[in-house]
Structures are given as structure tokens and as C-alpha cells.
Design a protein around this ligand. Structure first.
Ligand code: SF4
Length: 482
């Protein structure tokens, strides 16, 4: 039977996926192997995901970003789902989660896996709910069937809310917003109506066996995460975290890779404690956080409120950040929301990597600053995190080609351009020295995700044409960029 990356790492083997990851991170393959063997990093890599360009999630490596995509009851166009996938990859998502809850679930999932160069994650309880009239009717067998089928389809990691235990539900009674995780609330209803323990907890070892056979990575879900600042760091959240620590060890004993999900909504001053607590309880297993949002007052801008929290979480050791879009709490994101959410989170991840001193992470900033000071506008656009947006904002006021070498822009205007004035003063030889330049990104030790372009993936295994609903169209038509 094919073995998992964890099992092979423990046996001292450097797999092709580890070699590829080492190349992308610009780190030693032996470091990658050791981190995977110790459970401190994961390489989500289902044996059946042929289009995958392997990547690694762990605090020793560049901070990664996940984008959630997927349909809902009110949005069921499979082509729109593929557009979201390609927009996400184009703008730098390191993984995507297909959270579809509408129709055509198998078609959407299989097409996503076939065409995704990044790992694909799912939450299988969503599909289980779709197969019954009420959550209480979900059986243990149905859950295992859904999980096994998704593993066979090539899903690389799955969110399993196995830590929502019967005895923890009353701990949420005094909360302002109760249980806000979709998976958590479904399981709470199941437990209440059946009077039995969480089926994902009861069948956890069976799930481990399925995951081991396909090398699916656990993303242990935080079904009792806080849904507002007032509920952060409460007894329910930390009781569940203790169980997730226990389940981390159980899964790893089965040779299965594990990461652990985290909150949610957390005041700034509690974020670092949350990260440190997870690292301690879960023996350093990678922490995958949703935001967290640092204030509840800005619906419409929650990509910003949460990117602030995500930066602090990554500073403290979170390994992957689940993006939040401006539509959070308000509606299903569209392609433009995916773009805005990803920009916010790529900034958060990169800012944390720079501050944490990840090798070479700042080289990108230095190269862009040099281009800026030299008024090399084309190079600035090329190096920008979102080149299309930088160019279009510049060209709104100074569209002509002659302005691509101009020693000013419309922000301060020619007379007040401080960088031009500074350069003129240096040239006049009034005692100021010349500034350094010359960052060469070709020799930077930075990981791919800390170098432009943001969406750096090997897409050679991705089929370039897609057949859907008896129609063929090309992958190139799907990008959501301008
Ligand atoms: S005009 Fe102002 S914003 Fe524009 S390049 Fe000069 S200093 Fe920078």
C-alpha cells in the first residue's frame, strides 16, 4: 500500500514531493523531511491528485494562504466555480478549500481537483448533510462513505470537526453568538437530537485508516471557535483545543499528517497566547487560522479586520492563513472578492515573514523600493503584489507611455515630488550620499511565495481544456483578472 509523506519521512526517505518543496522554499530537503517526520509541517498530497505542485505548511517555512471557494444553494454555475479556482491560484492562493453546499458537488469537486495545481481541501460533513433530510439522520456509515469517496477523488486535506464533544456543548451556553462554525453547529444538532457522542470523534480511527490509505491530511476543525470578540478564548474553545491535541497524536500514530484549525474572532492582545497555546497542546502541529478578525464592527471590510489578526497570528507562529473576503458575514464571495481577500492575506503572510526574518523574505520589498526611487514605473508594476491593479491605478491619471519614466506621479505632482527633490539635492552634491541599490531577486534565498509573481505554481500538469455541461472551454478564459 502507498505510504504517507509522514510515514516515509519517519523512515528517513526524502520523497520527490519533499525535494520539490525544498526547491520552492529554497531550503534543505533534509530540513523538510525532518519537519514532516516530527509532525511540525505537512505536505498535503493525495496520491490521486495528479495536477498537484506540492507545497508545505509549517512555521519553519513561508506563511501560506488558503482561499475558500465553492458554490451555495443560490449560486450553482460550475463555470463560475472554476473561475474562482483559477482566480484564487492566479492571485497567489497556496491551497483552496471547496466549500460547496449547492448542487453538482461531485462534478465541481472532481473538476477542481483535476485542474488545481494547489492542494484542495473540503469539509465532508457538508456533503453528508446534503444527502439527508435533517442533520440528525446522518449515520456513521454515511459519514465514512462520503469521506472515503472524497479521498478517492483526490482531495488533499479535509476539515474534520471531531473535537466538538457532547460534554462541551453546554460550555457555549453563555456566549453572545453561540456556535458559529457550520460544521460545529451541524454536529451540535446531531449530538442533541441523537443523544450520542460526535460521530466524527467516535469513528476517528476509521477516518485515520482512510486518510492513511490515500495520504489525506487532517485539518482538525475548530467547531467551537468564537464568533465574536466577547466569546474569544473561552472554556468551550480551549476544551475543544485539548481534544484536538489528543486527536493530533492519535492521527500521527496512524501515520497521518495533521494540521489544526484556529479562530475566528480574537482581540489583538489575545492572538499570540492563542497561537502559543495551540503549539503547546498540539505538539507543534501546523496552526491554520481563519483570520482572526480583531474587531466585529466592520462588515464589508472584514478582509482588513482579519488580515490584521492574521499578520499577528503568523508573527506568533501560525503556518497557514485562511483568507476572509469583504463579503464575510454578508454573502457568497465572487471573483473580485477572491482577488481582494487574497491580496489582503498575501500582504499579511509576507509582512509576517519579513518580520520573522525568513531568509530572503525582504528582498522583494527592497527590489520594489529601488524601482520606486528610480522612477522605473514598469518595474514597479511588474514587482507589485497585484501588478494589474498597480498599473491601472497609476494610469487612471497619467495614462500616456511618456509617464512611465516620469520623475513624479499625480499623488504629489511634479513640483512637490519628494523623491525627485531628494535626488536633485544629492546630485547637487550638498553632502548627501548616493543610496544603495541592486537587489537581485534571481539569487535571493527567499521561498517562491516571497518573490513575485504572487501566484507561483507549476501548472504543467493542469489540463488546459475543460469539458463541462457538453461545452469545452480553455483554462486561459477563466482568470478573473482585468
Ligand atoms: S509624486 Fe509623491 S507619490 Fe509620486 S513618486 Fe513622487 S514622491 Fe512618490
Amino acid at each position: 500500500m502507498a505510504r504517507t509523506q509522514l510515514q516515509r519521512a519517519r523512515d528517513g526517505e526524502v520523497t520527490p514531493a519533499m525535494e520539490r518543496v525544498a526547491e520552492r522554499e529554497n531550503r534543505e530537503a533534509e530540513l523538510v523531511r525532518r519537519q514532516v517526520a516530527e509532525g511540525r509541517a505537512v505536505i498535503p498530497n493525495n496520491h490521486a491528485h495528479d495536477a498537484l505542485d506540492p507545497m508545505i505548511i509549517g512555521r519553519e517555512f513561508a506563511t501560506k494562504v488558503n482561499a475558500n471557494i465553492g458554490n451555495s444553494e443560490t449560486s450553482n454555475d460550475p463555470r463560475e466555480e472554476l473561475r474562482k479556482l483559477h482566480t484564487a491560484v492566479h492571485y497567489g492562493a497556496d491551497t483552496v478549500m471547496d466549500l460547496s453546499t449547492g448542487s453538482n458537488l461531485d462534478t465541481v469537486r472532481e473538476t477542481n481537483v483535476d485542474h488545481s495545481p494547489v492542494p484542495v481541501g473540503t469539509v465532508p460533513i457538508y456533503e453528508a448533510v446534503k444527502r439527508v433530510d435533517s442533520p440528525a439522520e446522518i449515520t456513521h456509515e454515511l459519514l465514512l462513505d462520503v469521506i472515503e469517496k472524497q479521498a478517492e477523488q483526490g482531495v488533499d486535506y479535509m476539515t474534520i470537526h471531531a473535537g466538538v464533544l457532547m460534554e462541551y456543548l453546554t460550555l457555549t451556553d453563555g456566549r453572545k453568538t453561540g456556535i458559529v462554525s457550520r460544521g460545529g453547529s451541524i454536529l451540535a444538532q446531531w449530538i442533541e437530537e441523537n443523544g450520542m457522542q460526535n460521530p466524527l470523534y467516535a469513528k476517528f480511527e476509521d477516518i485515520c485508516e482512510i486518510f492513511a490509505a490515500h495520504d489525506v491530511t487532517f485539518s482538525l476543525g475548530d467547531g467551537l471557535r468564537p464568533g465574536c470578540l466577547a466569546d474569544a478564548s473561552d472554556e468551550a474553545q480551549f476544551a475543544e483545543l485539548d481534544t484536538l491535541g489528543e486527536l493530533t497524536r492519535t492521527a500521527q500514530d496512524h501515520g497521518v499528517q495533521v494540521m489544526v484549525e484556529g479562530p475566528g474572532h480574537v482581540p489583538m492582545d489575545q492572538i499570540r497566547d492563542n497561537v502559543e497555546r495551540q503549539q503547546d497542546v498540539c505538539d507543534g502541529a501546523p496552526f491554520y487560522v481563519l483570520g482572526p478578525l480583531v474587531t466585529d464592527v466592520a462588515p464589508g471590510y472584514d478582509h482588513i479586520t482579519s488580515a490584521i489578526g492574521a499578520t499577528e497570528a503568523a508573527r506568533g507562529g501560525a503556518a497557514m492563513l485562511c483568507y476572509v473576503t469583504p463579503k464575510e458575514h454578508l454573502g457568497l464571495p465572487e471573483a473580485t472578492d477572491v482577488r481582494d481577500g487574497l491580496a489582503a492575506y498575501r500582504i499579511a503572510a509576507h509582512a509576517a515573514d519579513v518580520a520573522n526574518g525568513l531568509p530572503g523574505a525582504r528582498d522583494w520589498d527592497d527590489a520594489l523600493s529601488e524601482a520606486r526611487y528610480e522612477f522605473d514605473w514598469r518595474r514597479q508594476f511588474e514587482l507589485a503584489l497585484d501588478p494589474e491593479r498597480a498599473r491601472s491605478y497609476h494610469d487612471q491619471t497619467l495614462p500616456g507611455d511618456n509617464y512611465k519614466d516620469a520623475r513624479f506621479c499625480s499623488m504629489c505632482g511634479v513640483e512637490f515630488c519628494s523623491m525627485r527633490l531628494d535626488q536633485d539635492a544629492r546630485e547637487a552634491g550638498d553632502g548627501m550620499t548616493t543610496l544603495d541599490d541592486g537587489t537581485d531577486l534571481d539569487v535571493s534565498p527567499a521561498a517562491d511565495v516571497n518573490l513575485p509573481p504572487a501566484g507561483t505554481h507549476d501548472t504543467s500538469s493542469v489540463p488546459q481544456e475543460i469539458e463541462l455541461d457538453d461545452e469545452t472551454f480553455s483554462v486561459g478564459d477563466l482568470h478573473g483578472d482585468d
